[in-house]
Design a protein. Structure first.
Length: 302
């Protein structure tokens, strides 16, 4: 891979603010950073991203990759971030021939902090053959347990989402950012910049909801299992079925909801089923019973 001129402009993920708590005490509290970064591709303004700023070069590269504005890492010449002017300048050897068409065709999505998908990505991603990766229930539980030790920024400051590249129960890389799509873009950028395109990651984890844009980006990375502690949207399910992505939503503790799993999910660690609560319909039937023959509460006492 040709050498890329990178600026390495990493900034701390948190800053300090003075807060007054419920007891009237004043103290310093860590809060999540939020920094604007406008991306320029060969002098063309593309987008302004709001992020923590702790890995801006990877974020920018991953964003351009996932939007189809950067075809291969070999096209990259330089990625220079200057926080004094809140700008990231990306120089490439080639641009997509249909760049203007892509920039003119946008779909506004639910993505926090960016919320656009440039044209043609859906059709291009649908042509990618994803692996039929299997997942065991016991592996999912082990992965969720391992992930608990990675969300340091969330534990200290809150206000961030986290994403992880995983190989079954092993966490390979973990990123936090103020937007869940920033986190997935940063992981995608790291893959390219670290020449890890052939990564062994087969599961993608996110703390955010499973929307169409999240499914699209994970499919672009060649991963066919997407896990989240949050819920899923209708369009997210539709794209997962189209691309062949297994969704595992609401994955917390021993609970989860698998969608589009087919024969790929092995239930080898089913927890005890909780006792079923009396249904409201059954309670209504009791209320409708005639008083005659029914014992009062006092009569039921020994």
């Amino acid at each position: 891979m040709p050498e890329i001129a990178l600026s390495h402009a990493r900034l701390p993920a948190t800053t300090l603010a003075q807060v007054v708590d419920a007891y009237g005490d004043t103290r310093e509290q860590a809060i999540a950073a939020e920094r604007a970064l406008t991306v320029y591709l060969n002098k063309r303004e593309i987008v302004t991203l709001m992020s923590l700023g702790d890995d801006p070069e990877a974020l920018v590269v991953g964003y351009l990759r996932n939007q189809g504005l950067l075809r291969c890492v070999e096209d990259l010449v330089a990625v220079q971030v200057d926080w004094d002017v809140e700008a990231a300048v990306v120089i490439t050897r080639h641009l997509p021939e249909d760049l203007e068409e892509r920039l003119g065709t946008r779909t506004v999505t639910t993505g926090c902090g960016q919320g656009t998908v440039f044209g043609k990505l859906l059709d291009q991603t649908a042509l990618t053959a994803l692996p039929d990766t299997a997942l065991a229930q016991s592996t999912l539980y082990a992965l969720l347990n391992n992930l608990n030790s990675y969300n340091e920024t969330y534990k200290s400051a809150g206000a961030v989402h986290g994403c992880a590249l995983c190989q079954q129960a092993q966490v390979l890389d973990f990123v936090e950012d103020v937007g869940r799509h920033n986190a997935v873009d940063t992981l995608a950028g790291r893959q390219w910049l670290q020449e890890a395109e052939s990564t062994s990651a087969d599961i993608f984890y996110t703390t955010g909801r499973l929307t169409s844009e999240m499914v699209l980006k994970v499919a672009q990375m060649g991963i066919s299992i997407l896990v989240s502690r949050s819920g899923v949207t209708q369009k997210g399910v539709e794209l997962a079925e189209r691309f062949g992505v297994m969704l595992v939503a609401r994955a917390k503790g021993k609970q989860f909801q698998a969608i589009n799993a087919g024969q790929r999910l092995t239930l080898d660690a089913m927890p005890p089923r909780p006792p079923r609560a009396r249904s409201s319909q059954h309670a209504m039937q009791l209320e409708k019973q005639p008083e005659k023959g029914r014992l009062t509460a006092q009569e039921q006492m020994p």
